[in-house]
Design a protein around this ligand. Structure first.
Ligand code: ADP
Ligand code: ASP
Ligand code: MG
Length: 451
């Protein structure tokens, strides 16, 4: 069944942070009758608190975090006209959290982490339904885990799109006829029914996946900024909003760290050509950015993005000289450890690479495990540099234009540029700088290229 007019609206953590924010988001939902599915993140701060609990805390610290969670949610409950209606249900979820956090203090596991952090989205959706009901809106709570089937890579699970599409048409689509559906972003379940998560910031991805599964006409991402800017407006106040941007450009921005969209968000949108709108739930009238198939006259330089906490691994081996198979062996080892490579540069006897941290996991584990390092070290000399930042310039036909190098690097003379990747994609030019320089580099580049 297809719903050509269905709009999926997703609200991030700040848009459901407290009672007033939830009401502003409810106003946004009610202002567009085509919004049939609402996808929510946990209230701001809750996921971080749950991740900390999942790491295993001793009793005193655990109670501090549990109290903080309780306070954020009860501040909303107590402002409802009839709080008693959902107090019991909220209490049950808080009790679950307490029990799971105690279990994590004895032994942590990635499956336990996902079960624990899923409670953030379970609570925010419950509260939001009640806020709508108090406004006499017919809204139903839907557990997304019934349809968001994923693999069992806890913390960064991959959705099974075919199964999601089938389950959505059986279990979700018929509900859209009855009332507004309020559901959770970020969480899913694997084949045995255990809860999984799609990686931090994954609610955007959930909304886009539902858009694809329900053949929606648009996916709206409501956040705390009125659109996608030429760079993070928190870092560069002079950043300008981009009113319309092509899927490919926005996808590059998201991949290279523009936090406003989860890196995978545009995959489903591109697959089925569904436009994605990004706006601010605090100021919906301010407009926003439309991400769509095509834009007229795309500029050479579109945006800047930065990804922090990058690790550069340099592998040196004399046996690489005039021989073959070395790189294949390196990539093989990385693949066996489920690590995908992000950037690569090579010379005669060495290869430098960064590890792909996009869609970072809900846990804080490092990709560079001891066993991976040991295995690489048996092959060659390994050097590891941490705390670098990857700065990406997103643009169009960059590798075909003249003078790009001068324009970009001319102003970066005072900085140590650690690695440069240019040419593989005509949409980006990226390089590594020491983490502490990232902000200054982005500000300087933005001034030169966009102001
Ligand atoms: P939400 O909780 O709604 O998902 P996020 O914090 O994940 O919100 O994303 C919104 C934030 O993304 C903004 O507050 C902004 O600081 C940051 N951001 C990074 N890059 C950009 C960009 N190019 N345009 C707009 N916002 C950006
Ligand atoms: N609540 C989750 C997080 O903080 C998912 C999301 O907000 O998109 O990462
Ligand atoms: Mg987000």
């Amino acid at each position: 069944m297809s719903y050509p007019q269905t709009v999926i609206a997703k609200f991030g953590g700040t848009s459901v942070a407290d009672y007033d924010a939830m009401n502003r988001s409810a106003d946004v939902v009610l202002s567009d009758e085509n919004v049939r599915v609402v996808v929510l993140s946990a209230s701001a701060g809750i996921t971080n608190l749950l991740v900390a609990l999942a790491g295993g805390l001793e009793a005193t610290e655990r109670f501090v975090k549990l109290d903080a969670i309780r306070k954020i949610q009860y501040d909303i409950v107590e402002r409802l006209a009839n709080p008693q209606i959902i107090r019991e249900e909220v209490e049950r979820l808080l009790e679950n959290i307490t029990t799971l956090a105690e279990a994590a203090s004895l032994a942590t596991s990635t499956a336990l982490t996902d079960e624990l952090v899923s409670h953030g989205e379970l609570m925010s959706t419950l509260l939001f339904v009640e806020i709508l009901r108090e406004r006499n809106v017919d809204a139903q709570w839907f557990d997304i885990r019934k349809i968001m089937r994923t693999n069992d890579r806890f913390g960064r699970a991959e959705p099974d799109v075919a199964t999601l599409t089938e389950l959505a048409s059986q279990q979700l689509a018929p509900r859209l006829e009855q009332s507004l559906v309020i559901t959770q972003g970020f969480i899913g379940s694997e084949s045995k029914g255990r809860t999984t998560t799609l990686g931090r910031g994954g609610s955007d991805y959930t909304a886009a996946l539902l858009g694809e599964a329900l053949h929606a006409s648009r996916v709206d991402i409501w956040t705390d900024v009125p659109g996608i800017y030429t760079t993070d407006p928190r870092m560069v106040p002079a950043a300008k909003r981009i009113d319309k941007i092509a899927f490919e450009e926005a996808a590059e921005m998201a991949t290279f760290g523009a936090k406003v969209l989860h890196p995978a968000t545009l995959l489903p949108a591109v697959r089925c050509g569904i436009p994605v709108f990004v706006g601010s739930s605090k100021d919906p009238k301010a407009g926003g950015t439309l991400v769509c198939n095509h834009t007229d006259n795309p500029p050479l330089f579109r945006a800047l993005a930065v990804r922090r906490k990058q690790t550069l691994v340099t592998l040196h081996s004399m046996s690489m000289l005039h021989s073959h198979g070395f790189l294949a062996e390196v990539f093989n080892i990385l693949a066996q450890h489920n690590v995908s490579v992000d950037l690569v540069t090579t010379s005669e006897v060495s290869v430098a690479l960064t590890l792909d941290t996009t869609g970072s996991t809900s846990t804080s584990d490092s990709l560079l495990t001891t066993s991976l390092l040991t295995e690489l070290s048996s092959l060659c000399r390994v050097e590891v540099e941490e705390n670098l930042a990857l700065v990406a310039i997103i643009g169009n036909q960059l590798s075909k234009a003249c003078g790009v190098g001068k324009e970009v690097f001319g102003v970066l003379e005072p900085f140590n540029i650690r690695m440069i990747c240019y040419g593989a994609s005509s949409y980006n030019l990226c390089f590594l700088v020491p983490g502490d320089d990232a902000e200054k580099v982005v500000q300087k580049l933005h001034h030169n290229l966009f102001e």
